[in-house]
Design a protein around this ligand. Sequence first.
Ligand code: SF4
Ligand code: SF4
Length: 309
Amino acid sequence: MATLPTPSTPTVSAIYTAYEAAADTGWREHLGASLIGTGCDRALWYSFRWVTRARHTGRLLRLFETGNLAEARFVADLRRIGVTVLDVDPASGRQWNLRDPGGHFGGSMDAVAIGLPEAPKAWHVCEFKTHSLKSFTKLQAEGVEKSKPLHWAQMQAYMHLAGIERGFYLAVCKDNDALYQERLHHDAEAGMRIVARAQRIVAAPRPLARISEDPAWFECRFCDHHAVCHGDAAIERHCRSCLHATPVADGAWHCARHQMPLARRDQIAGCAAHLYLPDLVPGEQVDAGEDWVSYRLPDGSTWRDGVAA
Ligand code: SF4
Ligand code: SF4
C-alpha cells in the first residue's frame, strides 16, 4: 500500500517560524539565577561564556511564552483575594532586577507580595511557574526543594539578593488549572553558598570540572553544551570566547587587547583580533606570538588561530 503523504500545516509552520525569527541571540548577559541549581559547574561556565547559542524550536519558544503569559494571571488571582503584589520595581517602573555585588549573577523576580492569608505581615519573593500534570503531581507529593531543585535554588538566590526572608511559590497545572502553593524560608547558608558558587564560575578563566566524564551520563544527555563538552563542536567567535576578555566590576567586561570596555553589542560582534581561550580549542597549544596561537590537533595537524603566518 502506498504511504500517505504527511499532512501539510503551512499556517502552523509559519507561526513557529515567526517565533524563531523573533527569538533573541540566545545569549544571556549575566549568569542566571534560574540556572544556578544546575549540578554541573562546567555547564554554568559554558553558559556564562556563550559557548552554545540556545536555539529553540518555534513550538518551544511559544511554550516559554505560555509560561510568561501566565504570570499576569497569577498576579490578578492574588490581587483578587486582597494580596498586595508588586510585579514591577516601583523605583524603576520596570521588572525587578537583582544582581550580586559583582553584577554578573542574578535574575528577575516575578514579584514581591504582602498580605498573604497565612502570613499577612511578611513580604514574600514570588515565583510563578506552570507545570505539566506529571511535574505538578510530583511537586504536590515532594515539594519544591525536592521535586524542583532549580526553582528552589532560584528562589533562595532571589531571597538572598533581595534581603527578603520569605518566598511564595505559586504553580499551576497546565492540564487542569489546579494551583499549588508553598512558602519557603530564606536559608542564609544556602544563599551564601549559591552566590559564592556563582562568583567562582564568573571569575574562572577556564572551564570548571565536568559533572561526569561519561557522555551518556544523565545530565550530560540533556545538556545544551554536550556537543562542545564531550565532542569537538565549533564555538562561535565573540568576546566571551576570546582570551582577551575579562568580566570586571559592576557586571561589565573589559578587553585587554584594545584596552576598552565591552558593551553587549561589542561582545556579540567580537573583532578580527579574536583568539580563542585555549581550553575551548580541542588541541594542544604549541606556539604563540602577537595576535596568533597555534595548536596541534588530535589528528596530528597544526591549526593556527589569529593572524596568518
Ligand atoms: S555535557 Fe555534562 S559535563 Fe559537559 S557541561 Fe554538560 S552537564 Fe556538564
Ligand atoms: S580582542 Fe576583539 S574579540 Fe577579543 S575581547 Fe577584544 S574586542 Fe573582543
